[in-house]
Design a protein around this ligand. Structure first.
Ligand code: HPA
Length: 264
């Protein structure tokens, strides 16, 4: 088996688009990760279902550190993450695909690799700009309707938000809401990974429609699967040989040293 060149973190369901090579359970000091090494369009990838293969990890119990550590241990530098989000704007309808470029932390999750060292990563641009813009450009060229440049707000979950919270979050400048991008994107930055997010709008957020249900989220996610398959194939082909030059990787050496000292 060749070494994977990209990591994909997916919600449940994306696995069916991968030529699965082998499945693994790997113990890390942050928990046991269940993952797949396989390929998409003949590009070797590592795939982690964020919530587990049986959707057993709710958003606040996802093994975020173990997932990011696993990607680093495979010497992979580029990550494409997928996740469902609610929309805070009527012009972003359910079924829309959005590549966010900004992030607000309303989760107070606080998870970090640097619990014991005083080290602060730059998070001015939370997502890899080179990857995000390249993805947007290529997907548009291929005729796919995707949007770029919105602000994701991360809540703690697992409950959906109240209408009052959504009203406040909209005034704060948020466009889409999800429960996992904090701490996932923070840990990716701490590990010096190039990390981008494809978010799939599954519903209007609380207060913008009668009520928010998990069933609706699953139904919309199922309906966009053919589009996600195209997106996944295109992005894997594009990013296999793409070398981002923005600052995301500046923290990789610090993380490497940190891993050695802590013997992760
Ligand atoms: N809120 C938070 N997370 C979500 C939502 C939502 O409305 N939809 C999908 N993930």
């Amino acid at each position: 088996m060749r070494s994977p060149v990209l990591a994909i973190i997916g919600g449940t369901g994306l696995e069916e688009f991968i030529d699965v090579g082998s499945r693994y359970f790997k113990e890390t000091m942050f928990g046991t990760v269940n993952y797949v090494l396989g390929s998409i369009s003949d590009v070797d990838i590592l795939f982690i279902p964020r919530h587990g293969f049986k959707h057993e990890n709710p958003p606040h119990k996802v093994l975020y550190k173990a997932n990011i550590e696993l990607i680093s241990a495979h010497n992979i530098s580029k990550v494409i993450a997928f996740s469902a989000v609610g929309s805070l704007r009527y012009d972003l309808k359910p079924g829309s695909i959005v590549i966010p470029n900004q992030l607000i932390d309303y989760s107070l999750h606080g998870e970090t690799f640097y619990d014991f060292d005083s080290f602060h990563v730059d998070f001015t641009f939370p997502y890899c700009r080179d990857m995000g813009l390249k993805a947007y450009q290529v997907l548009r060229e291929r005729g796919l309707d995707v949007k770029y440049g919105y602000t994701y707000v991360s809540t703690y979950g697992p409950r959906f938000e109240s209408a009052g919270e959504i009203d406040m979050l909209r005034r704060m400048g948020a466009d889409i809401v999800g429960m996992t991008n904090i701490p996932e994107s923070v840990l990716a930055r701490e590990a010096g990974l190039h990390y981008m997010l494809i978010s799939i709008v599954s519903n209007y957020a609380a207060g913008m429609q009668d009520r928010v249900t998990s069933e609706e989220v699953y139904d919309v996610m199922a309906s966009v699967k053919p589009k996600l398959k195209d997106i996944l194939h295109i992005l894997v082909e594009v990013f296999a040989d793409f070398e981002p030059t923005d600052g995301c990787s500046s923290f990789r050496d610090v993380f490497r040293d940190f891993r050695e000292v802590r013997r992760i």
